[in-house]
Design a protein around this ligand. Structure first.
Ligand SMILES: Nc1nc2c(ncn2[C@@H]2O[C@H](COP(=O)(O)OP(=O)(O)OP(=O)(O)O)[C@@H](O)[C@H]2O)c(=O)[nH]1
Ligand SMILES: [Mg+2]
Length: 457
């Protein structure tokens, strides 16, 4: 009986935190957990008053590393605050909440059982791996053609492009040449990522882990030759590409995405705007490709492994909103909505409820309004990451109409014509937290409200 009641009364919410590398996943998870443990700064999270206690528990998966919550929190809130390092492998955390049920059923169950335990399971992983979702629907020939076309004019790709063009993939496989192609392609991917491009697949070429040097990572896009005889370089590359999909990408998403109930998609929209129209368009296209995998029906790769289970709520969030005065947050949200228009429509079509918002998982700035020749300007102030000095920043004025940014981005303009967006990197602020308060944030409570409250009934 106790087993049955445990299964009945200890539901699990699996929260998927999705985002490209540097989008803010690790900081989000750390701050969300800290603010669920200490709920003093969560006024808009309506379930908070019913949470009797919150505590970390051993996670359900014994063979996954535990998300290093304590180290990340210490980094963000310690005496010399700094950002956690970029994530290199998958990890998991379970937070358990003792919740007093609400409403009619609350009275009924509450009378019978008192508070019940609800588990929140969260997975963190390197953003690079997410990109591979876009590979699942592609053949090696499709991927090669699209990739070569897209990168042909990028300066970082010139070395690799010269080698790929000179290669005759109809010839017999020669392993050292395959390795040299893969090494040069990897070097291109690293340079492209450093230059700010989002579309750097295959993701494991950048973060190979145990797979470094294995055949599944020893391929590269090539021009398709007229004939592809058995034993040719092309055939072997094709085989390895398929092995990468079936042996690396598919198990990762099957094991970690297939049981997700709730999803938050994080994007550094401001960062892309600051980097210019090409970066914004690259982010739009990359996110559309990734989220395309979530689309329902036969073409959606994820729907084939979700086996009818559906993510029923998806929150799209522009992160690091503390770089911008709050008066501009609605514009940032509107731009995020426009950026994800296609993906959101598809998700809504499949019955998922979606919302967009701007948030900062860890607020590193304070707002300031200055008078300047009779005008007022709204600024944010923080500690500069590079120098450790205090500075005020004016990030530029975002347009009211998102198309003023998305239009030029789609057209491939090299720079914004009539606007200037600056960016500074701030370090986390030094904090003295009152007992019961989590780290400062912007709208983390609203995010929790959307993602969790209805499941904490
Ligand atoms: N100002 C500010 N900066 C943030 C915030 N969240 C993240 N950042 C910045 O963004 C960087 C990346 O954040 P992470 O949480 O490590 O990003 P990630 O998505 O886990 O990245 P990968 O692990 O590389 O996939 C941080 O090092 C900070 O510089 C925030 O709320 N406010
Ligand atoms: Mg991370």
């Amino acid at each position: 009986m106790s087993g049955v009641s445990e299964a009945l009364f200890e539901p699990v919410i699996r929260l998927g935190v999705t985002g490209l590398s540097r989008a803010g996943k690790t900081v989000f998870i750390t701050s969300l957990v800290a603010n669920l443990l200490d709920r003093g700064r969560m006024p808009q999270f309506s379930a908070a008053p019913r949470i009797a206690s919150a505590f970390l528990q051993p996670q359900p998966d014994d063979i996954l590393p535990r998300f290093d919550y304590e180290t990340h929190l210490a980094a963000l809130t310690g005496a010399a605050p700094h950002w956690p390092a970029s994530t290199r492998a998958i990890s998991e955390l379970r937070l358990s909440l003792r919740v007093q049920p609400s409403g009619f059923f609350g009275g009924l169950w509450g009378g019978l059982t008192g508070p019940r335990t609800i588990h929140l399971d969260i997975i963190d992983y390197p953003g690079e791996w997410l990109l591979d979702l876009a590979l699942m629907g592609k053949t090696y020939a499709d991927w090669s053609e699209a990739t070569l076309e897209r990168i042909a004019h990028r300066t970082q790709a010139q070395g690799f492009m010269a080698q790929a063009r000179a290669e005759d993939a109809a010839l017999r496989l020669d392993e050292p040449r395959a390795q040299s192609l893969a090494a040069n392609f990897t070097a291109y991917l690293q340079a492209a990522r450093a230059a700010g491009w989002s579309d750097c697949t295959p993701g494991r070429f950048l973060l190979p882990g145990d797979l470094a040097g294995s055949p599944v990572l020893t391929f590269a896009p090539l021009p398709k030759p007229a004939s592809t005889p058995r034993g040719s370089l092309w055939r072997e590359m094709d085989r390895r590409f398929e092995a990468y999909k079936s042996r690396v990408v598919r198990p990762f998403f099957r094991d970690h995405f297939s049981r997700i109930d709730r999803q938050i998609v994080l994007m550094d929209v401001l960062g892309a705007i600051h980097a210019g129209p090409m970066a914004l368009e690259d982010m739009r296209r990359t996110m559309a490709e990734i989220l395309g995998a979530f689309r329902p029906g036969q073409n959606g790769f994820l729907s084939s492994i979700l086996l009818g289970k559906r993510v029923d709520k998806i929150l799209f969030a522009a992160t690091k909103a503390d770089h911008l005065h709050h008066s501009q947050h609605p514009r940032l949200t509107a731009i995020t909505e426009a950026l994800l228009r296609d993906a959101r429509d598809r998700a809504a079509f499949s019955g998922a409820q979606t919302q967009a918002m701007s948030l900062a998982a860890l607020r590193a700035t304070v707002e300031e309004t200055r008078n300047h020749g009779g005008d007022t300007i709204d600024l944010v102030r923080g500690t500069l990451l590079e120098t450790g000095k205090q500075a005020a920043m004016f990030a530029g004025i975002l347009p009211d109409d998102p198309n003023h940014l998305l239009g030029p981005a789609r057209k491939g303009e090299a720079a914004w014509l009539d606007a200037d967006y600056s960016v500074m990197s701030f370090a986390p602020a030094r904090l003295t937290l009152r007992p019961g308060d989590g780290p400062p944030h912007i709208r983390l409570d609203r995010a929790a409200e959307f993602l969790l409250t209805d499941r904490l009934g």
